[in-house]
Design a protein around this ligand. Sequence first.
Ligand code: NAG
Ligand code: NAG
Ligand code: NAG
Ligand code: NAG
Ligand code: NAG
Ligand code: NAG
Ligand code: NAG
Length: 477
Amino acid sequence: MGQRCGKQHDQPIPKGREESKKAKQSSLHLFFFLSLFSTLCFFFAVRFLSTSSSSLSFFGDKEIAFYNNYTSHSWHRHSPCSFLSNNSSICCDRTSYHSDICFMSGDVRTHSHASSVVLYPPSNVTINRNSSAEEKIRPYPRKWEGIIMDRISELRLRAAAPQDAPHPCDVRHDVPAIFFSAGGYTGNVFHAFNDAILPLYITSHRLRRRVVLVVLNYHHWWFIKYREILAGISDYPPIDFSNNTRTHCFPGAVAGLRFHGTLAIDPAKLSDETMSMQTFQHMLEEAYNEPKETKPPRRPKLVVVSRGATRVVENEGEVVQLARAVGFDVEVLRPTDRMPMARVYASLSRCDAMMGVHGAALTHFLFMRPGATFIQVIPLGVKNVADTCYRDPAVRAGLRYAEYEVLPRESSLSRKYGADDVVVRDPERVQGKKAWDVTKQVYLEGQNVTLDIRRLRKTLARVFETVVADRRRLLNL
Ligand SMILES: *[C@@H]1O[C@H](CO)[C@@H](O)[C@H](O)[C@H]1NC(C)=O
Ligand SMILES: *[C@@H]1O[C@H](CO)[C@@H](O)[C@H](O)[C@H]1NC(C)=O
Ligand SMILES: *[C@@H]1O[C@H](CO)[C@@H](O)[C@H](O)[C@H]1NC(C)=O
Ligand SMILES: *[C@@H]1O[C@H](CO)[C@@H](O)[C@H](O)[C@H]1NC(C)=O
Ligand SMILES: *[C@@H]1O[C@H](CO)[C@@H](O)[C@H](O)[C@H]1NC(C)=O
Ligand SMILES: *[C@@H]1O[C@H](CO)[C@@H](O)[C@H](O)[C@H]1NC(C)=O
Ligand SMILES: *[C@@H]1O[C@H](CO)[C@@H](O)[C@H](O)[C@H]1NC(C)=O
């Protein structure tokens, strides 16, 4: 079923406005970004010099073979498109509840003004009429949620008809393309990973970075924010589909992304074991390229992920003091839009434990090393979302998991409604049928917590013992 995680924090990315809101941040990073990519761009400029070929079917056997290898081996179980034939064809797999995905094999060219991707047959092949049928796809993995899918641009995929005018290439790429949307909710970090980065990793992994990302609903700041990770997925600069009217030609294309579950890569969906959360974590490690620590750190490190407006820990100072008293080296981290992901990665990839109140920032557990402990603080009335959004994915990713469920007396809802109010005593009853709306307004947006230091001490002490025991075991290996 579909997940509601993270969405409560962010409205869908509006067209344009978000750009200006983030413009300052973007310009901060722009110089670095440009200097990073100018080297790449120079390289590609050389490749693109001989680009305006108008002959059809100019892709070499090697390129086609590479792409066929991707589509024709049934690496994804139960896909009707597992055996896409060599000759020009379009195949869409619409069997998933979360996302559609289409494959095009052959001479693929963009017509961005018509929101189209067109497949041209090899010059000596006459295409059969039926293959000129059009497929439509919104390449964002929340098919079940119409309200957001309406905001995702639609892509039209079709085979060229004999009467089509020739459509010469302006830019010829010798690797395939993946078309996906970076719109929707991806302004929120949970959704950035859940709806874009992980599905992109799953869909592209076999292409070993030999893939061009062609992006619908492109937002420049997003590509700056996640640039290191995206460079671990594709060796090429991304293309803003709707703002790039040149004709880009590819030896094949994928439109849409595979989705395996909430913040998940599920090897059971694959016919072999080429990828998993561990390979994803390894990719992140290379992407951020943190220097290895030379000295073993003195004390176990706990990162407290802090929130500023909703679900605030009102006695955070005391909590930090407690954690120090228990024996941890404590870092308080408040991830903001402006904070470079590399900074967040540096903190979390090295910590032994991370603690935070349920919320999108906990998505950064993806940066922790397997075996580290993730402590989720769960306010009243959000146990279900806490479990599905973070507990289950974290456990699947190989983390140790601990939780601290707040009691009514630790919740600001007791002050607001009184300890005997049904809102406090029986959240499930209040949530009733309109579960999501109430959860969002009352329990997610209307609640702060004051943690009971005596009670929390037990949780932290237990985690501390585990961390120390793990370290000892590692040292004795
Ligand atoms: C096809 O895939 C297999 C397995 O992933 C790989 O060993 C082989 O080199 C690939 N061939 C091409 C032409 O990319
Ligand atoms: C694709 O073409 C190659 C030769 O180019 C052939 O060996 C192979 O069987 C074809 N595969 C399919 C699925 O048609
Ligand atoms: C394309 O593939 C179909 C079946 O996969 C085959 O019947 C047809 O002959 C092929 N066409 C060409 C031109 O290879
Ligand atoms: C089309 O031309 C290519 C190369 O010129 C050739 O290898 C291929 O067999 C031809 N296909 C058909 C269906 O004639
Ligand atoms: C084309 O499609 C129609 C119906 O969609 C079908 O009846 C017909 O057999 C198809 N023709 C070919 C050549 O596949
Ligand atoms: C389109 O791209 C140009 C540069 O390539 C940029 O200056 C412009 O802001 C972009 N427009 C939009 C709407 O993104
Ligand atoms: C929670 O704390 C924040 C920061 O102190 C405050 O702005 C907000 O109004 C508080 N919310 C509630 C429901 O108490």
